[in-house]
Design a binder for this molecule. Structure first.
Ligand code: SF4
Length: 365
């Protein structure tokens, strides 16, 4: 298959669903890690095609959703400074901090700009040598190479008025944290294909072995997801726990070594707090060595912030697959895309946003 439409063929999807039903003899709970996969599943009704015993639960792979409240507070504090041009992906502007969001900061006069890539922010820094340009660097391993490249270039080109507020998180430690939880119900993973295009999948092999859990690197189209579920169920039914690659048109076992080297040059691995989940060891990235001077937290003196998360938002449970979005009492009533209480209702990859967009009318009738 060469084109996207071929991965959305309804007849082929039904055949896959029937094949999954044929091999399923017991109930299984499988987590798709990535928010992009969640949106495809909910949008195309993949979960509704599956036999009753197969439950898909949604994972923490939405970078906007897991950015902790205090980092939003830091972003707002930095953006409010008169010399600062604060650059961010659009999704982050509506994510609530303790007392508002970046959108409100912009409305109050802060120079907050939406960009589509970190190099856009670097360009703004070149064009505004008298200002301080800060890029809000969120994301998983997928966006880390581009962000590393921007800082690398800033250093090479001596662009001293550029810095990054880094919120990078890493997927494998989050999967381990989910499996370590006493309330874990995940028996198999669909790993995020785009993360593996960068990192490969050798990191998942010890997880599969240690926790005796199948992990299938999976793409984002309906047939990718159905094939990923089929491969995962097959392993579960056969009592195997291996890493398999459904997304082999994009992913190699070793990943992209050049991108990995760039990440290692610019970042170091640190503990990181995840919104709704808490601190996970070795689950984040921080600028390191000579690149530390581009760290906006240090430059603007906001490193030691603490903040409480709103108690009514159960996003931590949603992000760990313990609850579905519509099981949140605030879903669709007090929490909507217009009045979000948590990041998963705002982000284009958030599970709550997916359910609101594609299932809300069915859920509320
Ligand atoms: S529906 Fe809103 S309040 Fe509930 S978990 Fe999702 S984001 Fe949080």
């Amino acid at each position: 298959m060469r084109f996207v439409d071929e991965y959305r063929d309804a007849k082929a999807a039904e055949q896959y669903a029937r094949a999954i039903a044929r091999i399923t003899t017991k109930p299984w709970t499988i987590m798709e890690v990535c928010g992009g996969q969640t949106h495809a599943i909910v949008k195309f009704g993949i979960d509704q095609l599956l036999p009753e015993g197969i439950t898909l639960v949604h994972g923490p792979g939405c970078p906007v959703c897991v950015t902790p409240v205090e980092l939003i507070d830091k972003a707002i504090e930095i953006a409010a400074r008169p010399e600062v041009i604060f650059c961010s992906f659009g999704d982050m502007l509506r994510v609530p901090g303790s007392h508002g969001d970046l959108f409100a900061a912009k409305a109050a006069g802060a120079d907050v700009r939406i960009v589509y890539a970190p190099l856009d922010a670097l360009k703004i820094a070149r064009e505004n040598p008298d200002g301080q340009v800060v890029f809000f660097a969120i994301g998983f391993e997928t966006t880390a190479p581009a962000n590393a490249a921007a800082v690398y270039q800033a250093r090479q080109q001596c662009i001293g008025n550029f810095s990054m507020l880094v919120a990078h998180v890493l997927i494998p430690p989050a999967m381990e944290a989910i499996l370590d939880s006493p309330s874990n119900r995940v028996q198999g993973f669909l790993a995020a294909g785009h993360v593996c295009t960068v990192m490969g999948y050798t990191e998942y092999e010890p997880i599969a072995e240690t926790y005796a859990i199948p992990i299938v690197v999976t793409g984002f189209e309906p047939l990718d997801l159905l094939q990923g579920v089929f491969m995962c169920v097959k392993q579960l039914e056969q009592g195997r726990a291996e890493v398999e690659n459904q997304y082999n048109r994009a992913v190699r076992r070793e990943g992209n070594r050049h991108a990995q080297n760039l990440i290692r040059e610019v970042f170091e691995v640190v503990p990181r707090k995840w919104r709704g989940i808490g601190e996970i060891p070795r689950s984040g990235l921080r600028l390191t060595g000579p690149y530390g001077e581009f760290d906006a937290e240090q430059r603007f003196g906001v490193a030691n912030y603490a903040a409480e998360e709103p108690s009514e938002c159960i996003s931590g449970l949603v992000l760990q697959g313990a609850k579905k979005p519509h099981e949140c009492p605030a879903f669709g009533t007090r929490c909507t895309p217009e009045t979000p209480m948590g990041a998963p209702m705002v982000s284009s990859e958030g599970a709550c946003a997916a359910y609101y967009r594609y299932r809300h009318s069915a859920i509320s009738t």
